[in-house]
Design a binder for this molecule. Structure first.
Ligand code: IDP
Length: 150
């Protein structure tokens, strides 16, 4: 089963969207296997967003992601990496479709509520960066046969 890393950013936590966001992935049929509320160190923020280190918005992005509590999560399920990105919506919320999290709950690209890994390589890298193996809880939900045909 595929896994992805999702993080509710400080704006999502401050705006009381934690429950709504978690519910969206639960209702889709995906399985939560890791969850923690945490303050993000500058070191972790810079590592997480290292691919953007030369971009003009990098300093602001690191300041933002370290500015308040973040909910870090690992979700599991068939196609979860690409499908979580679809549920999240376009990076700029003004371009995100209604029905997506960013389309419904955000306006500004610098306050877009949630992060989701964009590829299998980044999912693995980000899960390892944010979680220790013993923090992840493999389990099989009782509803599995009602979500998956096989
Ligand atoms: P993603 O979060 O949809 O994968 P990325 O291009 O990887 O998008 O950018 C990472 C994050 O950096 C975005 O979610 C957003 O918070 C921020 N960001 C991206 N582009 C801009 C920009 O032009 N101005 C301000 N912040 C940006």
């Amino acid at each position: 089963m595929e896994r992805t890393f999702l993080a509710i950013k400080p704006d999502g936590v401050q705006r009381g969207l934690v429950g709504t966001i978690i519910q969206r992935f639960e209702q889709k049929g995906y399985t939560l296997v890791g969850l923690k509320l945490m303050r993000v160190s500058r070191e972790l923020a810079e590592q997480h967003y290292s691919e953007h280190k030369d971009k003009p918005f990098f300093a602001g992005l690191v300041n933002f992601i370290t500015s308040g509590p973040v909910v870090a999560m690992v979700w599991e399920g068939r196609g979860v990496i690409a499908n979580a990105r679809k549920l999240i919506g376009a990076t700029n919320p003004l371009n995100a479709e209604p029905g997506t999290l960013r389309g419904d709950f955000a306006v500004d690209v610098g306050r877009n509520v949630i992060h989701g890994s964009d590829s299998p390589e980044n999912a693995e890298r980000e899960i390892n960066l944010w979680f220790q193996t013993q923090e992840l809880v493999p389990w099989e939900p009782a509803f599995t046969s009602w979500v998956y045909e096989m």
